[in-house]
Design a protein. Structure first.
Length: 353
């Protein structure tokens, strides 16, 4: 009986401690750090391929919990630590890619990493791909990301949103690679550890609006433009679900249920800080506007496909707001490098430097 119990314990322990290796490309930013946390909580062995830069508290959170594969993108060829990783591993459970933001980067990634035989290659993409697509529905559906047949129109859309064009090109390269894939299209990403610093800039402005007493210069085109936001923690949860369920060859929109316009978002922040009656926006300035959101301009995303297939439940706006604001209030004293960049950008905006 004792032997049976010991063997059972060893089996359960091995399952819990070794759910498989997941290689994450990137992982230092908002959704990336949330994904590393979610994977570790789900008992996956995590290896992170990135430049090992110390964004926020990345090293404190993960230094002793994940394998670091130091490599400078855009190129993977010739990366010494990656070559060692490939020699040591012939199989990974999944690859999660936050970094292949151009077609050439994705083509190189699938070529170099194909020998790892991933069960799924997950690419974290963006709602901006819909900006280079023809006649999408509203709200945006996953099958709407199709380029127009007219080549002139394709070029026009690509010039209007180069980021969306590049990300859709990466998606196309992954889909045609032959690897089993899942693509997660995210709205404007929000949450702690945002390396773009967008939320933090608006938070400082709205929290101290009575002292700053300067309007938000917003381009007129954003006054009524609705868009979706995605909480970084929800991306991590969705990725773990995809891996656990064994989903392949699917595309999902991942976002909060609540949608926004830029003025609506700013008002929500102002109200949170008790400045709801005093905040105001200037919609007259096209040049010099401070419109950090959104990345895409064709509307909000439907998340029904993710709800049905992945049992996806987005975090509530109230929880996201509290969590994000609290993090950056603390970061004001704990993450001085990022704070100083935020203040520098705000100063240049306020005083037109």
């Amino acid at each position: 009986m004792l032997t049976v119990l010991i063997l059972s314990w060893l089996f359960v322990s091995s399952v819990l401690c070794d759910s498989g290796i997941v290689l994450v490309l990137g992982g230092q930013g908002l959704a990336g750090s949330a994904t590393l946390t979610a994977l570790l909580e789900s008992k996956y062995q995590v290896s992170a391929l990135n430049d090992d830069a110390a964004h926020y508290d990345y090293h404190d959170l993960f230094q002793d919990k994940i394998e670091s594969v130091v490599c400078m993108r855009p190129s993977l060829d010739g990366c010494f630590e990656l070559q060692n990783f490939l020699k040591s591993n012939s199989k990974v459970k999944a690859i999660v890619d936050f970094t292949s933001s151009k077609k050439e980067m994705m083509e190189e990634a699938v070529r170099v990493l194909a020998p790892l035989n991933p069960d799924v290659y997950i690419f974290v993409s963006t709602a901006a791909v819909y900006d280079v697509s023809d006649n999408p529905q509203h709200p945006l559906q996953e099958n709407d990301a199709v380029r127009p047949e007219d080549l002139t129109l394709q070029e026009t859309y690509s010039k209007q949103n180069e980021f969306g064009h590049n990300m859709l090109s990466s998606e196309e390269a992954l889909i045609t690679s032959g690897l089993p894939y899942v693509i997660l299209r995210c709205g404007d990403m929000v949450g702690p550890r945002d390396t773009t610093l967008r939320w933090w800039q608006y938070q400082v402005w709205t929290e101290h609006f009575n002292l700053i007493d300067t309007s938000f210069p917003i381009a007129k085109k954003y006054e009524h433009l609705k868009f979706s936001m995605t909480y970084g923690g929800d991306v991590g949860k969705a990725i773990v679900t995809v891996i656990n369920k064994g989903v392949v060859n699917e595309v999902y929109n991942i976002a909060m249920d609540k949608t926004f316009t830029l003025p609506h978002y700013l008002l929500e922040l102002c109200v949170y800080f008790g400045n709801g009656e005093s905040c105001w926006a200037d919609y007259t300035a096209e040049v010099g506007s401070y419109s950090l959101y959104p990345n895409n301009h064709k509307g909000t995303m439907s998340i029904e496909h993710a709800k049905k297939d992945l049992d996806f439940e987005a975090s509530s706006w109230e929880d996201v707001l509290k969590d994000t604001v609290t993090f950056y209030q603390t970061a004001t004293y704990e993450h001085i490098t990022e704070r100083d960049i935020v203040l520098s950008r705000l100063t240049r905006t306020l005083y037109h430097l």
